[in-house]
Design a protein. Structure first.
Length: 318
């Protein structure tokens, strides 16, 4: 494999005694891989080998053999051996801002902040305009691809600053996704492995599509994150000061105290380790092990300059 981490190989490992994979902390200038069992941190190299990784999105496959990311306004893809820059529009650099890929990397999607959406299907990049929309700022929203590549969800505000819209690409067709009537400002998406379940933050409310109907989770202040392959386990921050997680049977609540407010959360599928944070404050990163009575602050390698906008755990795993 090519250099990915500190000049060496980026391999897939597990949390000792937790049987879980690595977590990524993603900021606009740095990406760290974290092993929470011993709080070890590794800074991810950029595609060009530099320490500084300027990335508005970073996606890793479950085995970490595939990477898809933005770097210095360019699209890059690691196929397990080498990095290759992607040029869907023929330009080496552009304001690519959102993107995702399937587990095997065969399906990819990326958008500009200024209004262009591109999909990589059957080995070819092509521009898409769901419902003829050319005024959507696709890169300014969220793009998620199911693990099997069958389903793509894209969310974006209009260029005129109007309410957001969400569209789904499945079976070679685009349809609009409307979890709640009326204009909404959506703020996060997640999707399970086969695309049958997906989670949406609409305004201050959370919704999960469970194959046939919507479940309203009530007030949330973070994107909903699926924790398992099927999407029956999930977590989110409720009203900034409470972590809620559904373990497949019970919706559990963990009070976080009133000293800080949080809008980022992620957990492993065994519900034994959790990480919370606030995208506007790097010092708000905390981790805890079940039963989540004690929370510990951390910053990768003492880094206090990065503001992390996403906690990425490859949740489309077996």
């Amino acid at each position: 494999m090519s250099r990915l981490v500190n000049g060496g190989i980026l391999g897939r490992s597990i949390f000792p005694n937790l049987n879980e994979k690595y977590l990524y902390l993603i900021s606009y200038y740095k990406v760290y891989r974290v092993q929470l069992s011993n709080m070890s941190f590794i800074r991810i190299k950029s595609p060009t080998g530099a320490d500084t990784t300027s990335s508005s999105f970073f996606k890793a496959s479950p085995t970490e053999s595939k990477i898809f990311m933005n770097h210095n306004n360019g699209l890059w893809y690691f196929n397990g051996s080498v990095w290759a820059q992607q040029t869907p529009d023929g330009l080496v650099t552009h304001n690519w801002w959102a993107g995702d890929m399937s587990n095997d990397g065969s399906v990819r999607a990326a958008g500009w902040t200024t209004g262009r959406l591109w999909l990589y299907l059957n080995g070819v990049w092509a521009e898409h305009q769901p419902y003829g929309n050319v005024d959507m700022k696709w890169g300014a929203g969220t793009i998620v691809v199911s693990g099997d590549g069958s389903t793509i969800l894209v969310h974006a505000p209009t260029s005129a600053g109007g309410a957001s819209k969400i569209y789904m690409y499945k079976n070679s067709q685009w349809t609009q996704v409307i979890p709640v009537a009326g204009d909404q400002y959506f703020g996060g998406l997640d999707i399970n492995y086969d695309g049958s379940r997906y989670a949406i933050k609409a305004g201050n409310s959370g919704y999960i599509w469970n194959s046939s109907s919507w479940t309203n989770l009530g007030s949330i202040s973070s994107p909903i994150k699926f924790m398992d392959l099927v999407g029956t386990k999930y977590c989110f921050i409720y009203s900034y000061y409470t972590l809620k997680y559904f373990d497949g049977t019970t919706l559990n609540s963990v009070a976080l105290g009133s000293g800080d407010y949080y809008n980022l959360a992620i957990m492993n599928s065994a519900c034994t380790v959790a990480v919370i944070g606030r995208w506007s404050n790097n010092s708000a990163l905390r981790y805890s092990y079940a039963p989540f009575t004690t929370w510990t602050s951390f910053n990768p390698n003492g880094d206090t300059s990065s503001l992390y906008y996403e906690l990425l755990y490859t949740n489309k795993l077996t």
